[in-house]
Design a protein around this ligand. Structure first.
Ligand SMILES: NC(=O)c1ccc[n+]([C@@H]2O[C@H](COP(=O)([O-])OP(=O)(O)OC[C@H]3O[C@@H](n4cnc5c(N)ncnc54)[C@H](O)[C@@H]3O)[C@@H](O)[C@H]2O)c1
Length: 253
């Protein structure tokens, strides 16, 4: 097992990609901290993962709320005393009936909420985790970004693109600042993946995305989770500040 007795914190753990990441980490022997705003879905996930011989702390929280993230950090310190891996995966991508919301229709309130969840969330959770990682002299952060941060994305809205672009910048900064402490920070950039986030909108968008993709299909959440598993594992011990595209070839830069 690649991650025996490590402690991994997954945000957005109850979602399509988060669930697969959590399962793969548990299969490699990692203890888990599972966070999501959807507490009942987290409890279902806990039942789903009960066959793995790992400790699991269920930590329902809104990643955008500084108070609950800070309290969550306290619970992690009490239960495990450390975090080896943090996967900043929680995210929202608001859409309109036809897909992306036109820029002129994005309210300031919606803008702030997307930035709060997709960018402030990783900021808050990373601060909590990095303090413990520095104390232990090692650690790995993986930020789940988006193709919307790498190029124009016809399927997402401006606030989402801005938040994920910010996350890319934050990741690079942290990779530079925390490398000297033995902490690696990397980014996974999924293309279109078959999860509740994409299933909740017009199916035609996924069909078109598949046609634009050299592999002629959209991705599955386990294919993103495998990239995360690689980045937190020792096989990636010299990989820091990397951007790993998982997109079937739909973007090649
Ligand atoms: N599905 C895709 O095509 C795709 C593509 C690129 C990037 N991503 C990114 O991958 C990540 C996971 O997305 P997914 O496709 O699994 O979506 P999903 O909607 O299935 O899962 C997202 C999870 O995040 C949780 N969440 C939302 N707001 C939260 C908050 N404030 N605090 C804590 N948890 C919160 C949700 O409850 C949900 O369980 C997101 O960051 C998303 O932006 C997804």
């Amino acid at each position: 097992m690649k991650l025996k007795n490590q402690v991994s914190w997954v945000t957005g753990a109850a979602g399509g990609i988060g669930k697969c990441i959590s399962e793969k980490l548990a299969a490699q022997g990692s203890h888990l901290i599972l966070s999501d705003i959807n507490a009942s879905a987290l409890n279902e996930l806990l039942v789903h993962l009960s066959g793995f011989d790992v400790d699991i702390l269920v930590l329902p929280l809104d990643v955008a709320d500084p108070q609950t993230v800070s309290e969550g950090g306290q619970k992690i310190r009490e239960r495990f005393g450390r975090v080896d891996n943090l996967i900043n995966n929680a995210g929202i991508s608001p859409k309109g009936p036809k897909g992306p919301i036109p820029f002129k229709d994005i309210t300031f309130e919606d803008w702030n909420r997307v930035i709060a969840v997709n960018l402030n969330g990783p900021f808050l959770c990373s601060q909590v985790a990095l303090e413990m990682m520095v104390a232990h002299g090692h650690g790995s952060l993986v930020n789940i970004c988006s193709q919307a941060a790498r190029t124009h994305s016809p399927v997402t809205s401006a606030h989402y693109a801005a938040s994920k672009s910010g996350l890319l910048g934050l990741s690079r900064k942290l990779a530079g600042e925390y490398g000297p402490y033995g902490i690696r920070v990397n980014v996974v950039v999924p293309g279109r993946i078959d999860t509740p986030m994409t299933q909740s909108v017009n199916e035609e968008l996924s069909r078109q995305a598949a046609l634009r993709t050299p592999l002629r299909r959209i991705g599955q959440p386990n294919e993103v989770a495998d990239a995360v598993l690689y980045l937190v594992s020792n096989e990636a011990s010299y990989v820091n500040g990397a951007i790993l595209d998982v997109n079937g070839g739909s973007l090649m830069i």
